[in-house]
Design a protein around this ligand. Sequence first.
Ligand SMILES: Nc1ncnc2c1ncn2[C@@H]1O[C@H](COP(=O)(O)OP(=O)(O)O)[C@@H](O)[C@H]1O
Ligand SMILES: [Mg+2]
Length: 581
Amino acid sequence: MPEVAGASGKDRLSSRFLRDWLLPQWKWFGLGTVFAAITAVCAWGYSQILSNATDWMKDGDQRIFTVAPMVIIALVLLRAPAMYWQTQCNNRGVQNAVVNLQGALFGGLIEGDFARLQSKASGEYVSQFANDMVLIREAALRVATNLAKSTLTILAAVVFMLMTDWMLTLVLLVVYPIAFAPVVQLGNRVRKNSKRSQEQAGELTSVLNEAFQGARTVKAFGLEGYQKKRAEHGFAERARLYMKVLRAKALVDPFLEMIGGLALAGLFAFAGWRAMSGDLTVGGLVGIIVAIGVASPEIRALGTLNAVVNEGLAAAARIYALLDEKRKVADKPGAAVMGRARGEVAFDDVSFGYGTDDVVLRGLSFKAEPGQTVAIVGPSGAGKSTVFSLLMRLYEARGGAVTLDGQDVRDVTLASLRGNIALVSQDAFLFDATLRENIALGRSGASEDEIRAAAKAAACDFIETVPGGWAAMAGEGGRNLSGGQRQRIALARALVSDAPVLLLDEATSALDSESEARIQQALAGLAGKRTIIVVAHRLATVRRADRIFVMENGVVAEAGSHDELLAKAGVYARMIQHQLT
Ligand SMILES: Nc1ncnc2c1ncn2[C@@H]1O[C@H](COP(=O)(O)OP(=O)(O)O)[C@@H](O)[C@H]1O
Ligand SMILES: [Mg+2]
């Protein structure tokens, strides 16, 4: 992940963030600034009226009873609503920006490379959504509020002070900035610590997710203690890292407190001297103290602003790192849009590995003619699921060519390629939606009749008997259903799609033999109309395939029909022998 390099990198990041996300909300921030200006003018008014009132009191002027209370009430009535509306406008602008940013981040991830989604524990992205967005929201809100309200209020106070006693004001203006340098340094420390803290937060989310999702295994093996230890270690580590952030943050306020105290002491000494020499009235001094009082919280807010903004920028850098990462699997410029394929699938001398030096496929070749049913068999870990991933171009082959209807999968758009393929994946994943929706997702616009027909072909009669029927929720990942029920819904989803190529990855492995037989019958009905590639271990599933490819060590070791392969008495024959005995 690229570090926010130096001051210029940070500036570039800030201006990019402003342009991309905050600038589009300029109307809200502009309106907020108008209200901020009103509060600042009122702050100036406070100093002025209190200064005057003090002198009126000293001189026994009647206006202390009439003008002073009226003006103060008017100022309050103006300033209070202005404060409210400036906060509301800024909040709205920032919330809009964050919603847009979340949309962009999620879109970037879900539309981006499959490999990237696979490479990280899901918790890391989930926690990025939670934590980074909080940091960004906080920083943007502080920038919007402080830049307008604080600077304008401070400016108003300074103008008033200059008009009252310019010499005193100049002294204050010189001393304050010098005292602020260490605060900036503290801010940098916060940023550094917060980065590590965020990364660890993601790891912790993964640990928690895993413990809850794997609850069955945890309970069955009595692993509660083991999981507790892992989680507690994570909690402690989180607290330790977070303490570092908090410590740096905690130092900021006392530091500012100290500066304020020293300034006040100096002020009295200096102002006393000015008053004695007659250059400053009592009213003037009161006015200056009020001005400092009004400006101080704003100065303190500006002092901590740096730290908060740095945290926000660190979060923005993490998000930009994801948004900017170039997609490895993407449409080529001018990629052809593939129409409905006939369904000829071919692998020609394909080699592939997931990492840089592992080899899963080493020169794999096979071909499925349109309308054929083809089976791929082989030991688990042989690379069967990988073949499907390459055909859908979730990953790209390292060497050789993967083709559909003779077209290299890299030369056509991803959408048109995948639109020609329906998959039942090994995990038979269901969404937490109704059973009906889970099937209907196979093809948008599928009619009710088509959905029912697909469910029937996939032996989904159990839908009628589960509580809720078609409207029953599948649960997260489909956990409200049994493994075999999940597989049948997933199969129905693939059948609703009328894609010419149907990929079944151990899609019936959890089924009873009766359901399986019904599904085989339905698939037989598709023979000649769709190219079906089946990965399976069971003899009953494999034997009626037109052609069987046996994978071993990353290549096709044997190919032929069931009878031909049996006659060969090779790997396939041995595998079948094991099942029969
Ligand atoms: N996402 C992945 N990252 C790294 N290695 C993987 C990944 N998926 C699969 N593999 C490895 O690739 C090999 C083939 O896996 P797979 O195609 O799933 O086998 P099969 O489906 O034949 O059981 C295995 O050795 C497996 O460990
Ligand atoms: Mg597999």
